[in-house]
Design a protein around this ligand. Structure first.
Ligand SMILES: CCCCCCCCCCCC/C=C/CC(=O)SCCNC(=O)CCNC(=O)[C@H](O)C(C)(C)COP(=O)(O)OP(=O)(O)OC[C@H]1O[C@@H](n2cnc3c(N)ncnc32)[C@H](O)[C@@H]1OP(=O)(O)O
Length: 248
């Protein structure tokens, strides 16, 4: 039926390393250029984890040129996903913090597994960092200004039930039905003529995408100088240590 399934596989936690981001972008571009493909289901092959988000090791202890290169690729993937002409449905089968949530938010429809261990949200503030304006814009577009304002400041990671209530996801289903539900949602979306759906999607998303496109270079500079600060590097160090200690 012209649907591809993209399975994220970068063990152990599907963090979006530079290599993973690049591969993701290339795969997406190939699908976009393949006229037989009308929809993509985005999911994970890592048990219990959709994606741990951006790779912290790409943002910690590196040099400014590396940060700039990394951020350019993060922007590129986001622009491709957010403005894709294809129907994107995410089958969220695990934890989905920060950049993981960002991937899901780019989709046209989000189905999440009903497992309270899985959480989703833009938790950047918990790391001592700030979600960039285009992460924020997309959050506002999805859950509204008030909910986004609160969730961004608190760095809220929502359980599936909470995520459904606030609108971060569209549907929560038993874990063993996530993929079948994503397929049935896709079937419904495929019934809509592509040209009218694509024009409508473009109308809804263009202003948000353009907001980044017109200031990509400045955004890279902002990221690079922000992430290079000693205080921010210290916060990231502490967060990484906390992740290590969690293991005991
Ligand atoms: C007003 C002006 C301001 C200027 C603004 C400028 C804008 C710039 C701001 C910068 C914004 C940057 C945006 C960032 C977005 C992100 O995505 S940041 C990443 C956020 N991710 C997380 O917080 C997730 C952290 N991970 C977890 O919570 C857990 O690992 C998990 C729930 C995903 C899985 O748990 P579990 O299965 O128990 O595995 P762990 O033992 O915790 O982890 C295994 C292994 O993986 C490492 N790891 C985990 N996450 C990451 C990651 N994101 N990146 C790199 N590595 C990660 C973890 O440390 C373990 O490593 P070791 O085995 O100990 O080596």
């Amino acid at each position: 039926m012209g649907v591809a399934v993209m399975k994220l596989r970068n063990p152990p936690v599907n963090s979006l390393s530079l290599e993973c981001l690049t591969e993701f972008t290339i795969s997406l571009e190939k699908l976009e250029n393949d006229k037989s493909i009308r929809g993509v289901i985005l999911t994970s092959e890592c048990p219990g984890i959709f994606s741990a988000g951006l790779d912290l090791l790409e943002m910690y202890g590196r040099n400014p040129a590396h940060y700039a290169e990394y951020w350019k690729n993060v922007q590129e993937l986001w622009l491709r996903l957010y403005t894709s002409n294809m129907i994107l449905v995410s089958a969220i089968n695990g934890a989905s913090p920060a950049g993981g949530c960002l991937l899901a938010l780019c989709c046209d429809y989000r189905v999440m597994a009903d497992n309270p261990k899985y959480t989703i949200g833009l938790n950047e503030s918990l790391l001592g960092i700030v979600a960039p304006f285009w992460f924020k814009d997309m959050y506002v577009n999805t859950i509204g200004h008030r909910e986004a304002e609160r969730a961004l400041q608190l760095g809220t990671l929502f359980s599936p039930a909470e995520a459904l209530k606030v609108g971060v996801v569209d549907e929560v289903v038993p874990e063993d039905q996530v993929h079948s539900k994503a397929r049935s949602v896709m079937t419904k979306w495929l019934a809509i003529p592509d040209h009218s759906r694509q024009l409508t999607k473009n109308m809804m998303r263009k202003a948000t995408a353009d907001n980044l496109i017109k200031q990509r270079e400045a955004d890279i500079q902002n990221f690079t100088s922000f992430i290079s600060k000693d205080s921010i590097q210290k916060s990231l160090h502490m967060y990484l240590e906390k992740l290590k200690q969690k293991k005991g």
